[in-house]
Design a protein around this ligand. Structure first.
Ligand code: PLP
Length: 458
C-alpha cells in the first residue's frame, strides 16, 4: 500500500502563524485624503486586537490555545500524494495536494474564521457581519461564530445566492442569517438596486453592505469580518503552509513549484507564504497564484491604490485592481470574482517573487473532472483553477523529462457546486475574456488616486 495521506500528530502541529510583514516592505493603506491611516480609524470596523495583528511586523505570532483546540477538530489536514493523477498524466513529476476541504465548512476559510471569531469574542463583540462570494466564507464564519456563541449576518452575492441555495441552508444550520446582496437593508445596497435592479452583485458591493451593517449598529457590539485580502487573514491561513512544510519533511521532499487559486489571495498565501520566506532567503521555487481569465486581477490589471469595496467605505489599498465598481462576469467560481487582491500577494507580484497565471473556467472544470476521475473527490470550482495549473506543470515536466515536485492547495470541495458541474456537462459554461476597452473603462475609477511605489523589500 502506498503512503498517500501524510498527516501530523498533535505534538507536531504548528503552534504559531508566520507573518510575512516581517520579511517584506509594503505601501501603507491610505485614507480618502491620501494620507496613511492610523489603527484608530479602523476601530469602528474591527476589534483592536485584530487591528494590532493587521499592522504587526512580528515574524511569529502565537496561535491562542482556544483556536488550536477548534483547529484540532479537522487539523492537521492531509497532504495527499496524487499517485493516480500522476499515472494518468504519465508525468515524472510528483504531485502533492494539501487538502483543506476537510474542514466543517468544506474549505480553508475556517482557519481565519475561527481566529477572527475568537479575537472578536475576546474584545467583547457580540455580532459579526460579513459578505460571501461562493458561500464558503459565509458558512465558515457561521460555523466559527457558532463555536464562540456570537451572532452572524452574511451578505451573499446575488448570483451565488441563486446558484448555490444550499450554502444559505448551511449558514442557517450554524445559526447565521444569510441575505442576498445587493439588499434593501443598507444605503449601499439600495443605491445599487436603484441603478441596476437586475445586477448579479459583486463582492465589492457585498463588502460595502456588510461594513455598513457593522458600523451603523449603534450598540457598538457589532464588527465586520473579512474572509480574505487583509494581512491578518493571510497570517491565519499560514497554518496551511506551515503544516505542509512539516509533512513534506516527513517524506523528504521540497517543492519546485507551488500553486494556489487566487480570489482575494488567502488560500494561496496560506500555502505559499512560509515557502516565500525560503525563496526570499535564496531557495529556488516557482510560485504561481492562479486566477480566472474572466477576472484577471494579477495577470492584467495595474498595481494601483484602490478601494476594496464599491461604496468606498474601505481605505485605499495598494493592489492590482480592475476598479472597485467592476462587476465581474457571472463565472461559477464565486470566490474568484473580486476586483482586487491581497496587498501582500500584489507586493510579491510587483517584486517578481511570485508569478501570476490565469485559466478559463472550462479548462478549470476539465481539470476538476480529471481529478475526480483519478483521485476521487469533487473539487470546488475555485480549486479547479489550481488543479488546471497543476496539470499544465505536470505535462511540462513530462516534456522536459524532469522529476519536479509540484505542490498545490485544494482549497475546497465542490459538493455544493454541482449545478456548475451540470452546466459544464451540458456545455452551457461560457468562457469570458475582458476586452481592453472594458478593462480601461473599469479602471477609470482610480485614475486620480495616489500611486503606490514600486518597493524592493531586499
Ligand atoms: C473553495 C475556495 N477556494 C478559493 C477561494 C478564493 O478565496 P481566497 O483567494 O481568499 O483563498 C474561495 C473563496 O470563496 C473558496 O471558497
Amino acid at each position: 500500500m502506498k503512503e498517500r495521506n501524510i498527516m501530523l500528530t498533535h505534538e507536531e502541529m504548528p503552534k504559531q502563524w508566520y507573518n510575512i510583514l516581517a520579511d517584506i516592505k509594503m505601501n501603507p493603506p491610505l485614507g480618502k485624503d491620501g494620507n496613511p491611516i492610523g489603527p484608530d480609524s479602523l476601530a469602528p470596523v474591527f476589534p483592536m486586537n485584530l487591528i494590532e495583528q493587521e499592522v504587526s511586523a512580528e515574524r511569529w505570532i502565537d496561535i491562542p490555545e482556544e483556536v488550536l483546540d477548534i483547529y484540532s477538530m479537522w487539523r492537521s489536514t492531509p497532504l495527499i500524494r496524487a499517485y493516480n493523477l500522476e499515472k494518468a498524466l504519465d508525468t515524472p513529476a510528483k504531485i502533492y495536494i494539501k487538502n483543506e476541504s476537510v474542514s466543517p465548512a468544506g474549505s480553508h476559510k475556517p482557519n481565519t474564521a475561527v481566529a477572527q471569531a475568537y479575537y472578536n469574542k475576546e474584545f467583547g463583540i457580540k455580532k459579526l457581519s460579513t459578505e460571501t462570494g461562493a458561500g464558503q466564507w459565509g458558512s465558515a464564519l457561521a460555523f466559527a461564530t457558532s463555536q464562540f456563541g456570537l451572532e452572524c449576518k452574511v451578505f451573499m452575492v446575488r448570483v451565488s445566492f441563486d446558484q448555490k441555495p444550499h450554502r444559505k441552508t448551511l449558514m442557517e444550520a450554524w445559526g447565521a442569517e444569510c441575505i442576498p446582496s445587493p439588499s434593501n437593508l443598507t444605503n449601499a445596497g439600495r443605491q445599487i438596486l436603484e441603478k441596476y435592479p437586475d445586477t448579479p452583485g459583486s463582492l465589492g458591493i457585498a463588502i460595502s453592505e456588510a461594513v455598513e451593517a457593522a458600523v451603523s449598529d449603534q450598540s457598538g457590539e457589532t464588527r465586520y469580518s473579512l474572509g480574505s485580502v487583509l494581512n491578518h487573514v493571510m497570517l491565519h491561513q499560514t497554518i496551511i503552509g506551515l503544516e505542509t512544510k512539516k509533512q513534506l519533511e516527513k517524506v523528504g521532499d521540497y517543492p519546485d513549484i507551488i500553486i494556489g487559486c487566487a480570489g482575494g489571495g488567502s488560500n494561496f498565501a496560506g500555502l505559499a507564504f512560509p515557502f516565500v520566506q525560503d525563496k526570499i532567503n535564496g531557495k529556488n521555487i516557482e510560485i504561481y497564484p492562479v486566477e480566472p481569465a474572466a477576472c484577471p486581477t494579477l495577470t492584467k490589471a495595474p498595481f494601483v491604490y484602490d478601494h476594496g469595496d464599491v461604496a468606498e467605505y474601505t481605505p485605499l489599498l495598494a493592489m492590482h485592481s480592475l476598479g472597485h465598481a467592476f462587476i465581474p462576469p457571472p463565472i461559477h467560481s464565486g470566490g474568484l470574482r473580486y476586483h482586487g487582491m491581497a496587498p501582500t500577494v500584489c507586493q510579491l507580484v510587483d517584486e517578481g517573487i511570485i508569478t501570476p497565471k490565469s485559466v478559463h473556467q472550462s479548462e478549470a472544470f476539465g481539470a476538476g473532472i480529471q481529478w475526480a476521475r483519478t483521485e476521487g473527490t469533487i473539487p470546488a470550482p475555485e480549486t479547479n483553477h489550481a488543479l488546471a495549473q497543476v496539470i499544465i506543470e505536470a505535462k511540462l515536466a513530462k516534456e522536459e523529462g524532469k522529476e519536479k515536485v509540484i505542490l498545490a492547495n485544494y482549497s475546497g470541495h465542490g459538493m455544493l457546486d454541482l449545478m456548475a458541474y451540470e452546466k459544464y456537462f451540458s456545455e452551457e459554461l461560457t468562457d469570458f475574456e475582458l476586452t481592453d476597452e472594458e478593462m480601461k473603462k473599469a479602471e477609470e475609477i482610480f485614475k486620480d488616486y495616489p500611486k503606490p511605489e514600486h518597493i524592493k523589500s531586499k
